[in-house]
Design a protein around this ligand. Sequence first.
Ligand SMILES: Cc1cc2nc3c(=O)[nH]c(=O)nc-3n(C[C@H](O)[C@H](O)[C@H](O)COP(=O)(O)OP(=O)(O)OC[C@H]3O[C@@H](n4cnc5c(N)ncnc54)[C@H](O)[C@@H]3O)c2cc1C
Length: 382
Amino acid sequence: MLPQLYRHRWMDEEIEAFREQVRRYIAGELTPHLDGWRRQGYIPRAVWQGFGAMGFLLPELDEAWGGAGANLAYQLVVQDEMTRAEVPAGTTSVHSIAAHYILAYGTDAQKQRWLPRLASGEMLGAIAMTEPGCGSDLKAIGTRARRDGEHYVIDGAKTFITNGFTCNLLVLVVRTGEAGSRGLSLIVLETENLAGFSVGRRLEKLGQHASDTAELTFDGVRVPVDQLLGAKEGQAFGQLMGQLPFERLLIAVPAAMVIEQALEQTVQYCKARKAFGQTLFDFQNTRFKLAEVATLAHIVRSFVNDCTQRLLDGTLDNEAAYMAKWWCTEQQCRATDECLQLFGGYGYMAEYPIARMYADARVQKIYGGANEIMKDLIARAL
Ligand SMILES: Cc1cc2nc3c(=O)[nH]c(=O)nc-3n(C[C@H](O)[C@H](O)[C@H](O)COP(=O)(O)OP(=O)(O)OC[C@H]3O[C@@H](n4cnc5c(N)ncnc54)[C@H](O)[C@@H]3O)c2cc1C
């Protein structure tokens, strides 16, 4: 139903075959369990071992690190297909981001130690930046890592951490030095049986119910100094900024898929549902609304595909990635709202995918850098 989009160079037959493989695996192995996972509020970590065994977790890593040596578009295709199936893409996207920090800033020994286990799904990654007192303003991070001989001793608290309950590897942003951004460092923690580390509440959310979001506490956690990422302390801010374009696309790609899914399901529903002696689709308002959403779907996907090509070419600037993050997520919220309206009361029922799409969409404008922060960053470059 969607117009034929311009095919970028990255969309070759190989990646389309990979997409098909991912789609089939998700339909067979994940979809049947999704309702149960939503009810319990998390996806068991063991699930990702199957995903990893198929080569879907980190296909973009070199073979030496347990990947397939594929390009980053393969990871984005996984996110796309997870979203199509309503499996929360945030779960594997934060996993991928954690791995990319290790890949970009880790020593060979650190890469050897963690990347193959992240690629296989033996380890599930998370990233912990946000604290109860600071989210957007990362410069204010208070969780402290104090050097004590050959260890860091970590005290503090994090909140809203995706995979916080299920992960066993955590990339943690801590303060190792002075106030402000130059005092921040990244430290990797293996969290299983780690003394002083505890998972607090699993937070109840408006949407994304199968994805666990948790509070974490660090009370005198001792970590060997060789788990610092990077050659010296104080580099976290630059390290976090260095991975931004890819991370923003991990949010924009699901936005594109949700709009397409919402459109498809709403068209189907409106053609079947009757009112006043005709189908909902026969009302001019419905047709105009759906034409608008179809246009949005087309533009969002074109933009995201173009950004993907630029990411692979090494020409995706930070500003374009910020634009993709804020704009695509705004369109996602707008489109799911418009579509839900056309379902009437059924659209408000949790058993209808459109209700979940609407609720799941809302956080896209908040996490990964609030959209206002994205606009501020764009404006700085004008
Ligand atoms: C479901 C979920 C999953 C998450 N996963 C993770 C995770 O895995 N790891 C992690 O570290 N964090 C995670 N977060 C946290 C998320 O990144 C933060 O919520 C987000 O960065 C905003 O921070 P905050 O909530 O503290 O809001 P605040 O910083 O208090 O901001 C609140 C609002 O104020 C406005 N605002 C703030 N600053 C500015 C400004 N400079 N200019 C204009 N307006 C501004 C914006 O509207 C913003 O939404 C997650 C959050 C949610 C809800």
